[in-house]
Design a protein around this ligand. Structure first.
Ligand code: GDP
Length: 294
């Protein structure tokens, strides 16, 4: 991930460090290169523009230009701004009781896999997660969640195949969960190929009934700016509390990760980097900024 962006930045910063005395023109040239690299990485246009102007404002200061190592200072400014762009501090989950997490997103984004991955993580952290299958459109999704739950030894509520009312399923699941004495309930919901009214209406009904502490949008990072627009839509409809970006392992550019926070105002809480159930990681903006800068 970020391979091409990292390479471009590396080249630009190496050039900048190589200049004996940095002028405003050197900085302006470097920022132009960085702006192009960000756009090539599929960062949203306005996000890239604002980012560059913030870096520029700080980098053009007298204290930077007159410092002993201006190149290093500019790299530091860039790192700090990148960290802020990615969300600043890591955003933890609200797991205060009753801890209920609604997982939503489009089909294929990785919702079911991520629900199981999240349960696996929480279990390893000493909690008692329960998985609840609420995708009534794809019976295969219910089976898929049950199979994954078994692999990680987490109890899973699977509704009857004939059930068509998602609120009824949630109601029955809550009664079941009570007996299981779980501490975190993870609801895997139905997706669609694209956002449509039916999907949103069902999600709203479920959301109103479950009253989740966390509504997490699972988005495929490889879809770039489309992932960002999906997040905006879901946020507008149900109000998301955070994002889980999946398939970072298959995303060479990284534009979704870089634009998501600035466009939606919502934090990326976790990142999926593979198909295995232990491949879900907390999203740490500072570590991600380190990774981009190589
Ligand atoms: P859903 O339709 O949103 O529930 O998506 P699924 O959970 O069924 O995932 C769709 C496909 O993406 C499956 O083949 C998953 O194994 C795969 N997948 C999910 N997350 C990741 C990830 O982080 N990396 C990779 N490489 N594949 C993933």
């Amino acid at each position: 991930m970020f391979t091409s962006l990292s390479d471009s930045l590396d080249k630009t910063f190496r050039n900048l460090r190589g200049v004996g005395k940095i002028s405003e023109k050197n900085i302006a040239d470097a920022l132009r290169e960085i702006r192009i690299a960000l756009l090539e990485a599929d960062v949203e246009f306005g996000v890239a523009k604002d980012f560059i102007s913030r870096v520029k404002e700080k980098a053009m200061g007298e204290d930077v230009l007159k410092s002993i190592k201006p190149g290093e200072q500019i790299v530091k400014i860039f790192h700090d701004e990148l960290e802020a762009l990615l969300g600043g501090d890591q955003a933890p989950l609200d797991l205060n009781p009753p801890a209920r997490i609604l997982i939503c997103g489009l089909n294929g984004a990785g919702k079911t896999t991520t629900s199981a991955k999240l349960a696996n993580r929480l279990k390893k952290e000493g909690r008692r997660p329960l998985l609840i299958a609420c995708d009534l459109y794809r019976p295969a999704a219910i089976d898929q969640l049950a199979v994954l739950a078994k692999q990680i030894d987490v109890p899973c509520y699977t509704p009857d195949a004939s059930e068509s009312d998602v609120v009824k399923v949630a109601k029955d699941a809550l009664a079941w969960a009570e007996k299981q004495q779980g501490t975190v309930l993870i609801f895997d919901t139905a997706g669609r190929q694209e956002i449509d009214e039916k999907l949103i209406l069902e999600l709203k009904r479920l959301h109103d009934f479950v009253k989740p502490k966390e509504t997490l949008l699972v988005a495929d990072s490889a879809t770039g700016q489309q992932a960002v627009s999906v997040a905006e839509h879901f946020d507008g409809a149900v109000g998301i509390t955070g994002i889980i970006l999946t398939k970072l392992d298959g995303d060479a550019r990284g534009g979704a990760a870089l634009s998501m926070r600035a466009v939606t105002g919502k934090p990326i809480k976790y990142a999926g980097e593979g198909e295995k159930l232990d491949q879900l990681f907390e999203f740490h903006p500072s570590r991600m900024a380190d990774r981009i800068l190589g």
